[in-house]
Design a binder for this molecule. Sequence first.
Ligand SMILES: C[S@@+](CC[C@H](N)C(=O)[O-])C[C@H]1O[C@@H](n2cnc3c(N)ncnc32)[C@H](O)[C@@H]1O
Length: 298
Amino acid sequence: MLPAVSRESVFDDEAWWNPDGFLYGLHALIGPLRGPYLLATLRDTNVAEGSAVLDIGSGGGFLAALLADAGYDVVGIDPAMSAVRSAAQHVPASFVLGVGETLPFTNDSFEAVVCSEVLEHLDDVDAVIAEVGRVLCPGGVLVFSLPNRTLLSRLALIELAQHNRITRVLPPDLHDWDRFIGSRDLTELVRRHDLIVHEVHGVSVRVRDLPAAVGAMMNLRRRQISYAEAGAKVRLRLSRSRAVAYIGYAVKTGQRTSCTEQDEAQDITRVSTRSLSGVFSDQALQRRKEHGTCQLPR
Ligand SMILES: C[S@@+](CC[C@H](N)C(=O)[O-])C[C@H]1O[C@@H](n2cnc3c(N)ncnc32)[C@H](O)[C@@H]1O
């Protein structure tokens, strides 16, 4: 039985790709920064096109879309059924209903794992990182992005964005600061599972862009612009300051092997014997039929 998120979960929503919804706002806000960062990191760490990439907490599939478009063999996993459905409708990739704490994949089966804006929502982050370490091939790459656990992140993302009567634009229970993870704590945590952090950048707004960002939030609060428009007006950039959020990557120890080659050579599948419910887009099924990699159940 899957420990699926509750029916009331803010993520269990079909509206991921609706520009008026806050879920699409996430994409509009952070997409222009994390998308190029993710692709550049995969390129710089030699995760070649065609490699198997797992998107944990794939939501509506924003990152899976980018990865599929760049030629990666993407599988997304998320416990919110509506998110999985929405992703499969919009993205030519495979999506599985499940949780990061118990991944239904065999050991060493992905060249990269992405966990973007997910780790801060988990009940058991240690269990998820343990699973990431298990399913990544030696030398495989984990790309992460999340809010930092600081007073400023609490003020900006929780007090102002979720609770303050005048400025709130997000659901009141979206973030729980007690689940936020400091960047040093994350480095320690992943090291316990054989993952070495190679790079961490802060994510912030330039001081000179702050008035535009605040203006966009006020207009959004007054419903004069959509979440998509508001997100696009806030220009995030990589910075030294990790005061609010950070993005980076870690590499699993060991000599790099290609999981796809390994799969073919050993004739193993990526799916473990754990139960698996999947929703697959037509294009993903076609691609799997043609190429025969990553034999997810049909
Ligand atoms: C803020 S959304 C991020 C979605 C996506 N990564 C993105 O950035 O577009 C967080 C996602 O994590 C998912 N999630 C929550 N608990 C999870 C768990 N235990 N394992 C995997 N995903 C989880 C939620 O359902 C939701 O889709």
